[in-house]
Design a protein around this ligand. Structure first.
Ligand code: 13P
Length: 263
């Protein structure tokens, strides 16, 4: 446990990578590598594409891989005439535990606004899973000194329909858009400042108990070297890892880096 009492979470967002056969192989490999490490100190989730979830679930359960299954997105509705969508009901049936909501790639490329994000957060909770809600500023907002304002607005919109008890259980990922895929993560100090801003806004909106429960991850070009310094920060409770989560060896190193911060 960390000084905060929050258990760190390291989540691997595979984005649109790996078919179901590659996923089977990767999950097996992760089981072998994580099983030997200090995974007991942290929670770990992997978020493969929808078409891989059933295969991942089978390997995780059959081989006792110490990770939770996660998804990258879900529909706002539980069922209906929504061609091409996948509902939170369907994900829960596959024993998905975490669902990423409002990733910046969905916000910018697929037009998801704060209203849609708020509805998806409700859908995830309605179906007994935990959302990982992504927020973060663009480079121009950062350059204009508007990071705090942007984060506060996104948090206000995201939490609008949630009960304090739900907020306490959710995960918020601070992902500065300028850091994603750039090879250059935010500094631990910048990540801490943003995480503290987010927790402060959660306190104002949902109360101190919710704010001390919510886990805040950092995401954006995380690698084995940056993992431990980032998670050492008092308000950074874990990592949302993109590219570096695809290789089981690299991802295991990152999990180990996060685990090293736990006493
Ligand atoms: P990278 O780690 O590849 O920068 O991606 C971060 C991300 O978007 C995770 O959701």
């Amino acid at each position: 446990m960390t000084a905060s009492g929050r258990r760190p979470l390291v989540s691997g967002n595979w984005k649109m990578h790996k078919d179901h056969l590659e996923t089977i192989h990767t999950c097996s490999e992760l089981g072998l590598r994580l099983g030997r490490g200090a995974v007991g100190a942290v929670d770990v989730s992997i978020h493969p594409p929808f078409t891989d979830l059933r295969s991942a679930q089978s390997v995780i359960e059959a081989e006792g891989v110490p990770v939770s299954l996660g998804a990258q997105n879900c529909a706002t509705a539980d069922s209906g005439a929504f061609t091409g969508e996948v509902s939170a009901v369907m994900l829960a049936r596959l024993r998905v535990e975490y669902v990423i909501v409002g990733h910046s790639e969905r916000r910018t490329m697929f037009g998801e606004d704060d209203e849609v994000v708020a509805a998806k957060l409700q859908a995830v909770f309605r179906n007994g899973m935990v959302p990982i809600c992504c927020v973060g500023e663009h480079a121009d907002e950062r350059d204009a000194g508007r990071t705090t304002e942007r984060l506060q607005a996104q948090i206000t919109q995201a939490l609008g329909r949630l009960a304090p008890g739900e907020v306490a259980r959710m995960v918020i990922a601070y992902e500065p858009v300028w850091a994603i895929g750039s090879g250059q993560p935010a500094t631990p100090e910048d990540a801490q400042e943003a995480a503290a801003t987010i927790r402060g806004r959660v306190t104002e909106l949902a109360g101190a108990a919710a704010a001390s429960g919510v886990r805040i991850l950092y995401g954006g070009s995380v690698g084995p070297d940056s993992a431990s310094p980032l998670v050492s920060m008092p308000d950074v409770d874990g990592l949302l890892v993109g590219g570096a989560s695809l290789d089981p060896g690299t991802f295991t190193e990152i999990v180990g880096g996060a685990a090293a911060t736990v006493r």
